[in-house]
Design a protein. Structure first.
Length: 254
């Protein structure tokens, strides 16, 4: 096999082994799938990265494990997407994710390990209308944006085939990143943040802002994760020292 992709070599060798154990010719293999014999033979040649659908059909026709085939394909696809000769951003361990930069790199790494699915397929698999638009998925992968809210964040994790047992750790990373962003915004605005004990998770802001315009730009569209709910918050106008406190005259954030 003329390939420098070690994971692709492992995938191809596995595919060939499955066909050998099944005792099938490529013509017989083709009769069990919707793919031409030439397409199946090319998929197991190692000359190029085969499509996932072809690999899965190949495995099923050989009565082999589709799960194993998909796992091997993802590894091969991941290795193929690594930059050649360029510097690759290293994602921190999930428990060390602290801010938006860390979270963004980690999401890109998760996407690549999922086999870099097309943005169209991500949108379709996300389910409901607007759950994860392909344009948003593209911006997340290109590190131009982060998910808008928890629902979209979880949709991204789901379409990247994240196991359920790993979800809590990702939610923890998301919460830490948002918490730090709020703290930085509050410091930039010279604002004290009071988190009131409200059943709906209402967030309140009070204090005298040194730079309310900057604070507004930073805090706008921030979200706070509490008790499994994502509450969108915004900065309130600067409050003078004479203004009654939020406990006396509360004002709900947007």
């Amino acid at each position: 096999m003329a390939t420098s992709n070690k994971s692709l070599r492992v995938l191809v060798e596995w595919m060939r082994e499955q066909r050998g154990q099944a005792g099938l010719t490529y013509r017989e293999l083709s009769s069990r799938t919707r793919f031409h014999a030439t397409t199946l033979q090319r998929a197991a040649s190692g000359e190029s990265m085969p499509k996932l659908g072809t690999v899965l059909a190949y495995a099923r026709a050989c009565d082999a494990s589709p799960e194993t085939a998909k796992s091997l394909w993802k590894r091969a696809r991941y290795e193929e997407t690594l930059p050649r000769g360029g510097q690759r951003l290293s994602a921190p361990r999930l428990e060390l994710v602290r801010d938006f930069a860390d979270l963004g790199v980690s999401l890109v790494e998760l996407y690549r390990r999922a086999g870099s699915p097309s943005f169209r397929s991500m949108e379709e698999r996300a389910g409901g209308f607007g759950a994860l638009p392909r344009s948003t998925a593209r911006r997340i992968v290109n590190r131009q944006a982060l998910p808008h809210n928890m629902e979209q964040f979880l949709a991204f994790l789901n379409v990247c085939d994240l196991p359920e047992r790993e979800r809590a750790a990702w939610v923890g990373a998301w919460s830490r990143a948002w918490r730090l962003a709020k703290q930085d915004a509050a410091e930039a605005a010279g604002t004290s943040i009071l988190e009131l004990s409200d059943p709906k998770g209402i967030e309140w802001f009070s204090g005298s802002s040194r730079n309310s315009e900057r604070a507004g730009a930073i805090l706008r569209r921030l979200a706070h994760f509490r008790d499994g709910e994502m509450v969108t918050v915004d900065v309130l106008p600067a409050i003078s020292e004479q203004t009654p406190s939020p406990r006396e005259r509360p004002r709900q954030a947007c």
